[in-house]
Design a protein around this ligand. Structure first.
Ligand code: DUC
Ligand code: ZN
Ligand code: ZN
Length: 485
């Protein structure tokens, strides 16, 4: 018999989307929102959300799970533990990276990534591509093919020896992204400056974790951000600068946006809540906060808050890159307190991303609730071609919903995390908000401190091409050289 009526009604929801705030009951059937109204008829199940914010489930558009490496390190979270942790923090869709190793094909890399994620995820997931070896075949055949199959975003690196592309290679990829309507994410740091400085530091015996930060100063990020934007401008195609850490890189993005360019920005919790001082801890413990770009200073933190509030950043992701601390396959690679250049880069944060921003952003008044929803769910879903299925509460969308408890006073502790990492960089930080319930496609996966989801519930999501950007404003400079190509 046909399923009419509601499988579930969430009653008395105080809902925020990226643009609105309203009160309604939410009627759900077959995993989708099919009604938003006051006093809906009874559902087979009911949840009362009275007095609570009810928001779209988070879309974490930048995280690393089960990613292959070359240096003997191992990412601590696979698709099961990583998505379990995400769900417990209020995220219902993750977008990790299918990484192409040099010499491999993109298709093989994507197939391998499906084989490690099939049947493992507890929430929904989509892939970005990492293009590390843009051969003619990759650029001319594989990329268009994969973009057409629903892998519509790609990440390019300007640093890391095994991943980096030079400017000409970046142009090769950007020109395909332009033609095919894909979104290009860029890791912007000047690789030669980093290598030059690192060599000199190590020669002087400056090897401890704080020197990781010193080896990647702001100018290195600012220059590469400017160059990445310029390459996108040169080819008149969108670029999204990921994990922005500094005032100077933020200013580059804002300037480009004010010139009418399709330039997007992403930032992450580590640039709001950590500083260079966190790398300077007793013994080797600073390695727990080694990530790239590195955390900066209070002035940069303020600039990142400002960039979230004023719209420079559209995306707030975790960049969850989990390595265990006390582990020869983690931060103590090879069982040693190695020099900073050998410490695997990245920190865990897939579970704490939303609570930190809610607590320190919304509850302090630095950003409003609509901005919170926008940067944590709606805009990442839109920019990467998952909307309106993901990232918002509207009729027809997947019932990816979080009911928030904003009446708590507690501290973050690794004991309560559901990742497979032996630390959180935010240990002891006070927070006042945490999800009470996370629901993915109408199924409750987390409730009151407990994971109640299921391995294999998560479904792979094909992405549409990002929605056409706004028409180029009249004041933007023309690009006549493109007409002759
Ligand atoms: N930097 C990256 O570019 N990726 C993963 C983690 C990190 O610190
Ligand atoms: Zn990166
Ligand atoms: Zn990353």
């Amino acid at each position: 018999m046909e399923n009419t009526g509601f499988d579930l009604v969430i009653r008395n929801a105080h809902i925020a989307t990226a643009t609105d705030i309203f009160d309604a009951d939410i009627g759900i059937r077959d995993g989708r929102i099919i009604a938003l109204a006051q006093q809906l008829p009874a559902g087979k199940e009911e949840i009362d959300a009275a007095g609570r914010w009810v928001l779209p489930g988070g879309v974490d558009a930048h995280c690393h799970l089960a990613q292959p490496t070359d240096d003997g390190s191992v990412f601590a979270d696979d698709f099961f533990t990583g998505t379990r942790s995400a769900a417990c923090g209020g995220t219902t869709t993750v977008m990790p990276f299918a990484l192409q190793k040099k010499g491999a094909t993109l298709e093989q890399s994507v197939a391998n990534y499906h084989s490690v994620s099939d049947g493992e995820a507890c929430i929904d997931y989509a892939f970005h591509l990492i293009v590390a070896d843009p051969t003619t075949d990759v650029v001319e055949r594989e990329l268009p093919l994969l973009i057409g199959r629903g892998y519509t975003s790609l990440k390019l690196y300007m640093t890391y020896d095994d991943l980096k592309l030079n400017d000409r290679e970046i142009l090769d990829v950007l020109s395909v992204a332009r033609r095919e309507g894909a979104m290009t994410m860029i890791h912007a740091e000047n690789t030669d400056c980093i290598a030059w400085l690192t060599e000199r530091m190590l020669a002087k015996g400056l090897t401890t974790p704080p020197f990781h930060g010193l080896s990647r100063p702001i100018v290195v990020e600012r220059e590469a951000t400017h160059r990445a934007i310029s390459l996108g401008e040169f080819l008149d195609t969108p670029v999204l600068i990921v994990h922005v850490s500094s005032e100077e890189a933020t200013a580059q993005i804002r300037d480009a946006q004010s010139r009418g360019l399709s330039v997007y920005g992403e930032t992450c919790p580590q640039y709001l809540f950590l500083t260079a001082a966190d790398l300077d801890q007793p013994g080797f413990q600073g390695a727990m906060c080694i990530c790239s770009p590195p955390p900066r200073d209070a002035k940069s933190q303020q600039a990142i808050w400002d960039g979230l509030a004023n719209g420079t950043f559209q995306v707030f992701s975790s960049d969850h890159a989990p390595f265990r601390y006390d582990d020869p396959q983690g931060k103590k690679i090879g069982g040693k307190h190695g020099n900073f250049s050998h410490v695997p880069n990245g920190i865990p944060g897939i579970e704490t991303r939303l609570a930190l921003l809610f607590s320190e952003g919304v509850m302090t008044g630095r950003i409003d609730i609509n901005k919170f929803v926008s940067v944590t769910a709606t805009e990442p879903a839109r920019i990467y071609g998952l909307s309106p299925r993901k990232g918002t509460i509207c009729i027809g969308a997947d019932a990816d919903i979080v009911i928030w408890d904003t009446d708590i006073d507690t501290t973050i502790s690794n004991e309560r995390m559901h990742h497979n990492v032996d630390y959180t960089p935010y240990e002891g930080r006070r927070i006042h908000a945490w999800p009470a319930l996370t629901m993915c496609r109408g199924s409750t996966v987390y409730r009151d401190g407990e994971f109640i989801g299921r391995k294999g519930f998560g479904e792979f999501q094909h992405c549409d091409r990002p929605k056409p950007a706004k028409p180029k404003p009249k004041f933007a400079r023309p690009t006549p050289w493109l007409d002759v190509l």
